[in-house]
Design a protein around this ligand. Structure first.
Ligand SMILES: [Zn+2]
Length: 356
């Protein structure tokens, strides 16, 4: 957590689709950290809260738990923030999963629940710069992993929108040519093209549209394999403009299949980032999630190549928090909610609670 008048200790939880992580924070950062596997089966919806409670109790001393002022929990959305319940979260087992009430009952202290990308942007804002003076007021956080989600920090406030879904940038419309279907059921959405789940589908659609033999589109099913193909072709100097024996697949299609796809993927990513820049005018856009973390250099270079030039380009960079941005954000959410600390580094306890 950022330096400043936020010295109270808090417990942060990051409940991901596969990993459950907790950390004890004091004013200087993480004091203790533990991780386990998110429950996948057995029992009812209470298994998630029970797993969090068990991990906290087995990782922290009774004194540490007792002295923490609050528990902040980052969860996959969507959720009912007031009730602290997950509602129809796509990768979890139950339609309604209560988190806030069982944790409050177990620990007898305030529990704040927020979706992971909103926690992510809070974590980045809280860690950006040196201490309270370093906060930037306009930050967009984008997680590119199985899906794509975002958190928007605009004019010094977390932007939630009418239903708390203001940062759902994965469902921005970016393409009417390939008609790739998104996980939400619609076509043309960014997530359907550029997420870990979407890239293979977009790659196959690209091959079909360009009459590249099915053999090419069938051999590399994962996003990481496709990025490896892109890297391999680029390292050999293959590009899609070079049609003379460039190769790139086992058949005789004579073109750089992956480098050609990379250009199209970059256009798609740049369209989304251009729209985000137009809508929010961020100083910095921070990319996180496994797809961005593993392929950040390619993704960012592609975005910069095709970003709309009439817009002042924000800084675009990878997260430096090693996948822990939502965990930092969960802690920071507590600090904000408890009052006395806000993103400007001022003590404004009277109105901090209503800031987000
Ligand atoms: Zn969608």
């Amino acid at each position: 957590m950022a330096k400043g008048n936020c010295s109270d200790s808090v417990i942060a939880v990051d409940m991901g689709g596969s990993n459950l992580r907790i950390a004890l924070f004091d004013g200087d950062g993480i004091v203790r950290y533990a991780k386990t596997v998110t429950p996948r089966e057995g029992g009812g919806p209470e298994i998630y809260a029970d797993a969090i409670i068990d991990l906290i109790r087995s990782s922290l001393s009774a004194e540490e738990i007792a002295s923490a002022k609050a528990v902040g929990v980052s969860v996959p959305g969507p959720l009912d923030m007031e009730k602290g319940e997950l509602i129809h979260s796509p990768n979890l087992l139950f339609p309604v999963i209560p988190i806030k009430a069982p944790l409050e009952e177990a620990f007898k202290k305030p529990v704040f629940v927020m979706n992971d990308t909103n926690c992510g942007v809070l974590g980045e804002v809280g860690q950006d710069g040196e201490g309270c003076e370093g906060f930037r007021n306009n930050v967009v956080y984008i997680s590119m992993s199985t899906g794509i989600g975002g958190g928007i920090f605009a004019d010094g406030h977390l932007l939630l929108g009418n239903t708390g879904n203001a940062g759902e940038v994965g469902h921005l419309y970016v393409d009417g040519t390939y008609s790739v279907r998104c996980s939400c059921g619609h076509t043309g959405h960014w997530e359907g093209y550029a997420s870990g789940r979407g890239i293979p589908h977009f790659f196959r659609a690209y091959c079909r549209k360009n009459h590249i033999p099915v053999k090419c589109s069938a051999i590399l099913p994962t996003a990481e394999d496709i990025f490896a193909g892109i890297r391999e072709e680029l390292s050999r100097g293959v590009n899609n403009e070079d049609d003379e024996g460039a190769g790139g697949c086992d058949c005789d299609c004579d073109r750089g299949v992956f480098s050609g796809f990379y250009e199209e993927l970059s256009k798609i990513n740049a369209r989304a980032i251009s729209s985000i820049t137009a809508a929010y005018s961020p100083a910095v856009i921070i990319l996180d999630g496994s797809v961005a973390a593993n392929n950040g250099e390619l993704i960012i270079a592609g975005i910069l190549k095709y970003l709309d030039k009439y817009l002042p380009a924000p800084e675009i960079r990878l997260s430096r928090l090693e996948g822990k941005a939502p965990l930092y954000g969960a802690a920071y959410c507590c600090a904000l909610s408890l009052g006395g600390y806000n993103v400007h580094g001022e003590n404004r306890s009277a109105d901090t609670h209503t800031q987000y």
